[in-house]
Structures are given as structure tokens and as C-alpha cells.
Design a protein. Structure first.
Length: 95
């Protein structure tokens, strides 16, 4: 693994290394249609909308979620390839 690859993987893992963000990823993935509005995520994690939006922005910046703005709300969708990339980087034997 090159230095640049290690830096990118470390940034990804840093985004994942927070319990609220892991819960948000799980909630988005499990949501109907694989997409969730920020308005659907505040109550399950018990945090304010600005705090949830902050965590979601970190996940988007890490490439783990995509964001689609519709009117006043933002909708988030998981990027499964990004999680698969992290798994392969950590376990080169994984297909």
C-alpha cells in the first residue's frame, strides 16, 4: 500500500470510527429504497438536525454516502463500493 493509499484509507476509517456515524450509515442502508432524508434520521439517533447533518457531511466527504438536495431537505444514499474498497484494503485476500 502506498502512502497516498494509506492516507485515503485512514480518512475513510476516521469517518467510520464514530458510533453515531456508523448508526447513520446503517439507518440509511436499511431505509426504504436505500435512501433517507435527514428529517428521518434525527429521531432514531436522538440528535438535533444540525448535528446529524454534520455527521452526514463527514460521511459524504469520505465518499460513503451521496447527497441529493430536494427542496429544503437533503436525501442520502449509501455508496456500497466505498465500503467494499475499505474491506478489500484491510483484507487483500477478500474478493
Amino acid at each position: 500500500m502506498s502512502t497516498a493509499e494509506a492516507d485515503r484509507l485512514a480518512a475513510l476509517l476516521k469517518a467510520l470510527a464514530e458510533p453515531t456515524r456508523l448508526r447513520l450509515l446503517s439507518l440509511v442502508a436499511a431505509h426504504e429504497g436505500g435512501e433517507a432524508c435527514v428529517c428521518d434520521l434525527t429521531e432514531p439517533v436522538g440528535l438535533s438536525q444540525p448535528t446529524v447533518s454534520h455527521h452526514l457531511r463527514i460521511l459524504v466527504d469520505a465518499g460513503l454516502l451521496t447527497r441529493d438536495k430536494r427542496g429544503v431537505w437533503a436525501y442520502y444514499r449509501l455508496v456500497p463500493e466505498r465500503l467494499a474498497h475499505a474491506a478489500r484494503a484491510l483484507d487483500p485476500q477478500r474478493p
